[in-house]
Design a protein around this ligand. Structure first.
Ligand SMILES: Cc1cc2nc3c(=O)[nH]c(=O)nc-3n(C[C@H](O)[C@H](O)[C@H](O)COP(=O)(O)OP(=O)(O)OC[C@H]3O[C@@H](n4cnc5c(N)ncnc54)[C@H](O)[C@@H]3O)c2cc1C
Length: 457
């Protein structure tokens, strides 16, 4: 084992080893249940540092974890025994309001980017959580509150700077290394370390959003999804069907009873937003209605720093959530024994579906509804039971589409990674992987092994 003083001498950036007081905090990721002890964590300052750390890991033959916001469901942001390349101190943000474009370093979070852009009345869509890193979510695709209006995060990506396995810094955009630019829009961290992204910014002068909580029964759930599909593209929704958590805005008599805890976001004029949201309010007497005109960053409220849930989950796509599918959700959720069990429903379509399936590595353009079944639990020995519950509900819900969203995949094996890249997507990604990372240095991720025989660039 190499000693930390040796590493400090050889590595750029801020080097944190096992004897550093910061070590335990620095190796902690968002999800609990990962107790991995890297040989070293390197907090890099710029693309030059990134290149040196990549080359160091390659030459030393050490496993390399790339960490942005640390929210990987599979814990891929931390290595056991290897090197963690931690981007969290690379957070520069350069907004060009006139040209509606922003360069953002890859260690920024969705929340801080959103707040800075909103000061100019502008936005780029990320996900539903402010602390998620822009690196991981962008490379996955990015499904959030602007998804039907402006598409996935990658649909606003104009360029990226990427350090590849040989330590070289490349610009990836439609003209320069277009194959790499195609691959990073959904292909995850397989092709290199993105050091910064250039995003298109969209005007967002007004916004209506917030929680709408309705009692859950099969009719309300199915009607909610039907309304979300019929709504104008300005409206994006995330419906969590789950036992009501003890949130301060929910009356105590509802705690533990099945609700639709929905987040609605309307990107447009307030009056139009209120009109678009009215049908949802009419589905049942709301238990809580916090939907109001707000600034877009208010959709990302402050989060508790010490929250590290342990979860099992299954990401999938459905064509429809009809009454029967909704009944299946209710039956299974009522029988769940997890600390928190949830079926999350996101209606897509809109701007997502206007892009052709082959245009980016995210190929699920025609998949209408993204569903995530999840169970949060506390003790290790409960895992098997909750996994069985997740599998049973996902199996009962399954329709025609066998796809998976890579951003929500856990450590589920190669078949599930392949499900994220249907049709010819997998082969195309494997060929590009062979060109930019022939030895699979970037393998601590939802891995696409390099195809044989495609090595030249
Ligand atoms: C609470 C929560 C809410 C979420 N909500 C949404 C949502 O609404 N919509 C959505 O689309 N997704 C959502 N996600 C999924 C999220 O987008 C992915 O887990 C994403 O990978 C997290 O990115 P990160 O940088 O925070 O994570 P990390 O754990 O730091 O990174 C994950 C992996 O991405 C790769 N990676 C990250 N940054 C880089 C980089 N700069 N260069 C190369 N590779 C990199 C690496 O392989 C790394 O292992 C959510 C996740 C959580 C935990």
């Amino acid at each position: 084992m190499i000693s930390t003083p040796q590493l400090v001498a050889n590595l750029p950036g801020r080097v944190i080893g096992p004897e550093d007081p910061e070590y335990d905090q620095a190796r902690t990721v968002f999800y609990g249940g990962f107790d991995r002890r890297p040989a070293v964590i390197v907090r890099v300052a710029d693309a030059g540092d990134v290149s040196r750390v990549v080359s160091f890991a390659r030459e030393a033959g050490l496993e390399l974890a790339v960490r942005g916001g640390g929210h990987s469901v599979a814990g891929h942001g931390v290595s056991d025994g290897g090197v963690v390349l931690d981007l969290s101190e690379m957070r520069a943000l350069d907004i060009d309001a006139d040209r509606r474009a922003a360069w953002a370093e890859a260690g920024s979070t969705a929340g801080e980017y959103t707040s800075a852009a909103a000061e100019r009345g502008l936005a780029t869509g990320f996900g539903d959580t402010g602390s998620v890193g822009i690196g991981g979510i962008t490379l996955s695709g990015g499904v959030g509150f602007l998804v039907r209006k402006h598409g996935l995060t990658i649909d606003s990506l104009q360029a990226a700077d990427v350090v590849t396995a040989d330590g070289e810094l490349l610009r990836a955009d439609p003209e320069t290394h277009p194959d790499l630019f195609w691959a990073i829009r959904g292909g995850g961290g397989n092709f290199g370390v993105a050091t910064r992204f250039q995003f298109r910014l969209h005007e967002l002068e007004s916004f209506v959003g917030g929680f709408l909580v309705l009692p859950a029964n099969p009719d309300v759930i199915a009607s909610f999804v039907a309304e979300a599909e019929a709504a104008p593209n300005e409206l994006s929704t995330i419906a969590n069907v789950m036992p009501a958590p003890p949130l301060p805005f929910l009356p105590a008599e509802h705690h533990g009873r099945l609700v639709v805890l929905a987040l609605l976001g309307y990107a447009g004029r307030v009056e139009d937003g209120q009109r678009a949201i009215a049908p949802f309010r009419a589905l049942a007497t709301p238990i809580a209605d916090l939907v109001r005109p707000m600034s877009y960053p208010e959709m990302y409220p402050p989060e508790e720093g010490g929250y590290h849930p342990v979860a099992v989950a299954r990401t999938m796509f459905l064509d429809t959530v009809d009454r029967r599918a909704a009944e299946t959700m209710v039956d299974h959720l009522e029988a769940a024994t997890a600390t928190m069990a949830v079926t999350q429903i996101r209606v897509l379509g809109g701007a997502v579906a206007r892009v052709s399936p082959g245009a980016t590595a995210y190929a699920h353009r025609q998949s209408r509804i993204m569903v995530n079944v999840a169970a949060l639990y506390e003790r290790d020995e409960e895992r098997v039971a909750h996994q069985a519950w997740v599998d049973a509900l996902a199996g009962a819900l399954r329709q025609r589409d066998a796809g998976a969203y890579v951003g929500f995949l856990g450590d589920e094996g190669e078949e599930r990674v392949r499900a994220a890249y249907p049709g010819s997507t997998w082969d195309r990604l494997a060929a590009i992987k062979a060109r930019y990372d022939p030895d699979n240095l970037f393998r601590l991720n939802q891995n696409i092994p390099p195809a044989a025989g495609h090595h030249e660039r």
